[in-house]
Design a protein around this ligand. Structure first.
Ligand SMILES: NC(=O)C1=CN([C@@H]2O[C@H](COP(=O)(O)OP(=O)(O)OC[C@H]3O[C@@H](n4cnc5c(N)ncnc54)[C@H](OP(=O)(O)O)[C@@H]3O)[C@@H](O)[C@H]2O)C=CC1
Ligand SMILES: CC[C@](O)(C(C)=O)C(=O)O
Length: 328
């Protein structure tokens, strides 16, 4: 896989160019602040509301999406995936300059054909592999979150240089930048968040918590055991893989890990993972998510509410209240 570092990116590529960051949520805020601190010229495109106020308070020039796009050489679309196509059709497409660069941090709308840009613009992706607040925090610490770049369309011949310079601007080249495609990024990202990072881990934690509570153990004990300690174990895996984590735990824990783990994640889970991946690859998941938004998200809202009311959330709130690191 092609990898890039700080010295591969030329910050001069962005000189004299205006970058419009459209959206000022998790990624919008993190990327915009990092770009500005890296010396780039950044404006923000938004609708009136709380994000507008936050971006203004952070000292940015904030415009409607239409006005921001008119001013921009590079347009980084950091709206929720489900809103991007509507805003693109109404405000971005009619105002985008010829030879501008249209940028994304996730390939969903291009890969699934929700946005079809004209052939006169560059279409690239710079996708940090981490949440927006980490993109900002690691930059402030002098480090960076790794990122992926991909080129969907190179109208100007400069698409690759722009993507790398932008990745440098948000701090990603301080770590590493990997080159991929829109298809590979979209499919692996959706799979990762559904099967492992978000869907997989919350379901695993909930199953462990419910098993202990149903067996008569105190919910506080169950919370500390299966949720609180998860971060401590994941931090070790993050720092040094399974080996570092296993070096740090007891031999008893390691034996239980090696012999019982495969009973929890057995053949049934592999089958479910393959099915989930197929739904992503054949576009079934994308279609379901788009339709869910068209009818005001009944499933999304009901499932979110049910988890918010789960005992693990109530107990967690109480226990975190005792710990100084979680007090505001
Ligand atoms: N969250 C993350 O860490 C990651 C996200 N990504 C990708 O980054 C992109 C942005 O996601 P994320 O940062 O989570 O988004 P958020 O939901 O955090 O933020 C969305 C922003 O868009 C604004 N917005 C929403 N609708 C409109 C509209 N119709 N017109 C103008 N502004 C609007 C919101 O403002 P308002 O206050 O008005 O609602 C908000 O500022 C997505 O493509 C996502 O897949 C990629 C990697 C990680
Ligand atoms: C894991 C969720 C994520 O894919 C991410 C932070 O990278 C997302 O889309 O938010």
């Amino acid at each position: 896989m092609q990898k890039y570092y700080e010295s591969d990116a030329d910050p001069g590529t962005l000189e004299g160019k205006t970058i419009a960051v459209i959206g000022y949520g998790s990624q919008g805020r993190g990327q915009a602040l990092n770009l500005r601190d890296s010396g780039c010229q950044v404006v923000i495109g938004l609708r009136p509301g709380s994000s507008w106020q936050r971006a203004s308070e952070d000292g940015f020039e904030v415009y409607s999406v239409t006005e921001a796009v008119k001013r921009a050489d590079i347009i980084q679309i950091l709206l929720p995936d489900e809103n991007q196509a509507g805003v693109y059709r109404a405000e971005i497409s009619p105002n985008i300059r010829e030879n501008a660069c249209l940028m994304f941090s996730h390939g969903f709308n291009i890969h699934y054909g929700q946005i079809v840009p004209p052939p006169t613009v560059d279409v690239v992706m710079v996708a940090p592999k981490g949440p927006g607040h980490m993109v900002r925090r690691t930059y402030e610490e002098g480090k960076g979150v790794p990122a992926l770049i991909a080129i969907h369309q190179d109208a100007t011949g400069k698409a690759h240089a722009i993507a790398l310079a932008y990745a440098r601007g948000i701090g990603a080249t301080r770590a590493v930048v990997l080159e991929t495609t829109f298809a590979e990024e979209t499919e692996t990202d959706l799979f990762g968040e559904q099967a492992v990072l978000c869907g997989g881990i919350t379901s695993l934690i909930k199953a462990g918590f419910e098993t202990l509570v149903d067996a008569g153990y105190a919910p506080e004990m169950a919370y500390l055991e299966v949720l609180h300690e998860t971060k401590l174990i994941v931090d070790l895996i993050y720092e040094g893989g399974f080996t570092k984590m296993r070096d740090s735990i007891s031999n008893t824990a390691q034996y239980g890990d090696l012999t019982r783990g495969p009973r929890v994640i057995g053949p049934e889970t592999y089958v479910a993972m393959q099915e989930i991946l197929e739904e992503i690859q054949n576009g079934e998941f994308a279609k379901e998510w788009m339709l869910e938004n068209m009818v005001n998200r009944p499933v999304f809202n009901a499932l979110t509410r049910a988890d918010e009311e789960h005992l693990i959330e109530q107990v967690g709130k109480e226990i975190r209240g005792f710990m100084p690191q979680f007090r505001k």
